[in-house]
Design a protein around this ligand. Structure first.
Ligand SMILES: Cc1cc2nc3c(=O)[nH]c(=O)nc-3n(C[C@H](O)[C@H](O)[C@H](O)COP(=O)(O)OP(=O)(O)OC[C@H]3O[C@@H](n4cnc5c(N)ncnc54)[C@H](O)[C@@H]3O)c2cc1C
Length: 546
């Protein structure tokens, strides 16, 4: 057999995993277990991804922790104790670090290493990675666990460089505590991170100004300490609960009402909405089976929440400004917070409407709005979200067959087959990529489903002596059409001004990116594709030994 040329300056592995968040950690565990030599390259100084970078006060998950956790080890899920219904960032980060230690994964994870380039070497059928540490890695398989909410979006703002105070983005929060005591603080944005952060900052700040362009709906999280009887029941029934989550619409155990809002009387409808409000968080989105399909049903839920806002916020004008109009509830990521609306009753909190008078510029001492009104600030916090779903992949801009860069392949919006692979990019797997349920699901479920699929695929390739797998352009086109078609049957298609569509990033194509067909249906589809011999993929046999 022909000997493969090996360059001493290059580090060789079967698989390179890019990123060491929940996805990267899971991939390292699984691939190593099946004897694949693997190295994860992580830009951050620690493992954890989202939970390493988003250290802002109040950061916590909005899927119950007993659900938002790995299922791959029964010992792990039995021995870990979550202290709250929805764990806060420090606890989730402790959990991820525990997983890395418990399964001895750190030896295969290289921190402080950003992948700057990835290129498919067609002759050797291997991926070549360059990093900001000056190293080069070569691998048969590229597993992209780069995260869908990992590229913080700081809007380009005139004058930011002149600001004499401190400024931060929630998604890139410093490790040391940010001192807000007695200070004038401005928060730009009123999405998920903002609604978690605002009540806590308000408690300590001298004055807090919330600059709001578009209000969103915020549910009370109804967070509390973990109830021992709940934990006991989950631990006794974990296999069934995980199975339920994997087959469900959204990858978790939240119970859905299977009735249409129209099948219920107005009183029954109201009672169900009140029940969902008391359950808290994202439960509202499972109030009726057609809440995201029927405008009238959606409006009933939206008006219910507006009424809650009106009855909570004392100042009438502030309440009206906080109540979303012309926005179907749930079509922008629903927020889940604690005392969010109550916070606007505090003397030291002001809501500033920047829809009417947009922010003109940052000055040395604060923010100036169109028309000239200026707000003096010591600290400016950007809760302005992420370049979602495609940001991290586009930044690396992998180069596939025939020198095709990913940004070019995705110029009109991301195209994938099954949300897992891209035509022209052989042996590259994207975890929770566009075209998969991703941000529409309990992400840990989706991550585990993808890692299982990728591991099975690599196993199949090894047993069959295959060197490359790549979707056909036709399969990719059909899948991308299917993703668009699934969204077009919902109210998402009518609410294009959201990060689900990429609308928060200037110049980004406005295309609906996640797959709304349901986690369970999706899992069945991707499993069938694998079981039927990878229909829609081109499989090639080895040209060179690897
Ligand atoms: C504040 C917040 C709360 C959330 N809450 C929930 C929730 O309750 N439920 C839920 O399901 N989801 C939630 N999410 C989504 C969350 O992102 C996922 O649940 C999950 O953590 C994603 O894991 P991941 O490993 O795929 O990506 P990430 O956790 O984003 O990890 C990706 C890693 O890749 C690294 N990386 C990226 N590019 C490179 C590169 N070029 N080179 C090297 N490393 C790179 C990044 O540094 C990062 O550490 C939340 C997100 C945020 C921001």
């Amino acid at each position: 057999m022909q000997e493969e040329f090996r360059d001493d300056a290059v580090q060789y592995f079967d698989a390179i995993v890019v990123g060491a968040g929940l996805a990267g950690i899971c991939a390292v565990y699984k691939l190593r277990e099946m004897g694949v030599s693997v190295r994860a390259l992580e830009a951050g100084g620690g493992v954890g991804g989202t939970w390493y970078h988003n250290r802002y006060p109040g950061a916590r998950c909005d899927i119950e922790s007993l659900d938002y956790s790995y299922s791959f080890s029964n010992e792990l899920q039995q021995e870990w104790h979550w202290s709250e219904r929805y764990a806060g960032q420090p606890e989730i980060l402790r959990y991820i670090n525990h997983v890395a230690d418990r399964f001895d994964l750190r030896k295969d994870i290289q921190l402080n290493t950003r992948v700057t380039q990835a290129r498919f070497d067609e002759t050797r059928e291997r991926w070549v990675f360059s990093t900001d540490t000056g190293e080069t890695f070569s691998a048969k398989y590229a597993v992209m666990a780069t995260g869908v909410l990992s590229v913080a979006q700081v809007p380009s703002m005139k004058g930011l460089e002149d600001f004499k105070g401190e400024w931060f983005h929630t998604g890139d929060w410093p490790r040391q505590e940010v001192q807000v005591q007695g200070k004038r603080v401005g928060v730009i944005g009123t999405g998920s991170s903002a609604t978690q952060l605002i009540p806590l900052v308000a408690k300590n700040a001298g004055h807090l100004y919330v600059f709001q362009r578009t209000p969103n709906y915020t549910m009370p999280a109804q967070n509390h300490s973990m109830k021992p009887e709940v934990e006991k029941e989950w631990k006794a029934n974990y296999p069934e609960r995980r199975k339920f989550a994997w087959a469900s619409g959204f990858g978790h155990n939240q119970v859905s009402n299977h009735l249409s809002g129209k099948e219920m009387s107005p009183d029954e409808r109201l009672a169900e909405l009140e029940n969902r409000w008391q359950l808290g968080g994202l439960y509202m989105m499972r109030a009726f089976k057609d809440i995201l399909i029927d405008p009238e049903v959606n409006e009933a839920a939206a008006e219910f929440v507006r009424d809650k806002i009106r009855s909570t916020v004392h100042d009438k004008a502030t309440a009206e400004a906080l109540a979303p109009r012309n926005l179907y509830i749930g079509t922008k990521r629903l927020c889940s917070g604690t005392n969010y609306y109550e916070t606007f009753n505090r003397e030291n909190v002001s809501l500033v409407n920047v829809q009417e008078k947009p922010i003109d510029c940052v000055t040395a001492h604060g923010l100036r709005l169109a028309g000239g009104k200026e707000y003096e600030l010591d600290i400016l916090i950007f809760a302005t979200g992420f370049d979602a779903m495609t940001g991290a992949m586009n930044k690396i801009n992998p180069v596939g067959r025939n020198g095709l860069p990913l940004r070019q392949a995705w110029a009109a919006g991301p195209r994938t087959y099954l949300g897992l692979c891209v035509a022209g990019f052989p042996n590259m797997f994207v975890i929770t990529g566009p075209g998969s349920p991703s941000v529409f699901s309990n992400m840990v479920t989706s991550i585990e489903q993808h890692v299982e699929w990728i591991a099975n695929c690599i196993s199949h390739m090894r047993s069959q002596g295959l060197s490359a797998i790549e979707p056909t352009a036709q399969a990719q086109d059909e899948w991308t059409d299917h993703v668009t078609d699934a969204a077009s049957k919902t109210l998402y298609a009518q609410s294009r001004n959201s990060w689900f569509h990429g609308a928060n990033i200037p110049g980004k194509p406005v295309v609906f990116m996640p797959y709304v067909g349901g986690v369970g249906n999706y899992y069945r589809k991707i499993t069938q594709v694998a079981e039927s011999g990878y229909v829609g993929f081109n499989l090639s046999t080895a040209r060179m030994p690897s």
